[in-house]
Design a protein around this ligand. Sequence first.
Ligand code: DOR
Length: 454
Amino acid sequence: MVPVTDAPGADTPPIVVRGGTVVDATGERRADLLVVGDRLAAVGPDLEVPSGARLVEAGGCVVAPGLVDLHTHLRQPGAEEAETIETGARAAALGGYCAVVAMPNTDPPVDSAAVAADVLALGRKAVCRVEVAGAITVGRAGERLAPMGELAALGVRLFTDDGAGVQDAGVMRRALEYARGLESRGLPVVLGQHCETDSLTAGGVMHEGAWSSRLGVPGAPAESEELMVARDIALVRLTGGRVHFLHLSTARSLAMVAAAKAEGLAVTAEVTPHHLTLADEELAGYDPIYKVNPPLRTAADAAGVRRACAAGVVDAVATDHAPHPPEAKATTLQDAAPGMLGLETALAVTLDALTGATAAPAMALGAVLGLLSWGPARIAGLAVDQGGDQGGPLVAGAPANLFVFDPEERWEVDPARLASRSRNTPWAGRTLRGRVRHTVWRGEPVVVDGEAQR
Ligand code: DOR
């Protein structure tokens, strides 16, 4: 992994995060935290505040390891009118994230060491850790393998053609075999699959079902996703490789993942906040804000995705933060770009879906934070016990990557106030519960009282 060298943290005065309840993978306890440089110097009840230290109030709040997003579209290079690494990272920090993995469907795509190095260099100036995913195939065209070895040598751990799935089973097989070779050379990588079978999805603009029929809109069936999940599970069995399934949206996809895990295959799965909470009926008004790939499925699928989280089948909740400029959404459902913002709303939306009054069964707060922090940290190769600095327990000596949120605070989503350069949030005007107060990244308070500090 490339060391993050020119981030600040080391120069900032000590910080005391006071009065909160720490929730991490080891459990829950009342504790203050003393941050010195980029590390936690002490964690315990009623810490003394050293002179010159900055107080960060956490009364009534939860203090947790910084969130980690496996699936962020930062749009740079090529679509800086929608987002930049700088603005996307700021949105991430405001959402409680200390690390994001930038998707490679940029222009040019991240299918060469040169582009990956550029993204990583820009990321080093950002307000959270920015890693980059590499493309599996050149140009994300699904034909020839990208130089995965060169990218892995730069620290790239996740490879995906996201935005599109690798359609050809033979190409995916070779990619898995190549990835195994890298692993045996000490470069552990994971292939992330965007599961949509183009020949079934082509022309579809929403989930194919009762609502698409009623609305007279072409649909993409659940089977488009499920066939690729089934195929890739078979390829993992064949090759002994590892696949991480991106943004799974159907109950049957997750049932297949559960069975593959029970068999001992190396598969992991992420789901998005929007597939946990929204269903195809949202498209009843033909509003392109709800157009996303994979599409919002049935309410029964959303319930199945929530159940799979509670059952421990899902490894991560990832945003699929997909910024688009207004003109890309201000058109017909058919022509609109797919995707929605996620970084600044993911925590509240996920907490509501998985711990809220309507969650059945409701999950413990720590388990949900695991899906947003230490679960994805491990898949990205960023976990503390993998030599990284993300998602680890908040104990003395640990990296100071954490955030503070009020689980009860209600707030209305005002698109104009988002830090993202884009405005395409499906939560505009809705009231969410659970708000990020502060984010400390590498010892630097990058968000204080809900405001980005740089
Ligand atoms: O809705 C989506 N938007 N799904 C994807 O897979 C890609 C993303 C984008 O890049 O806009």
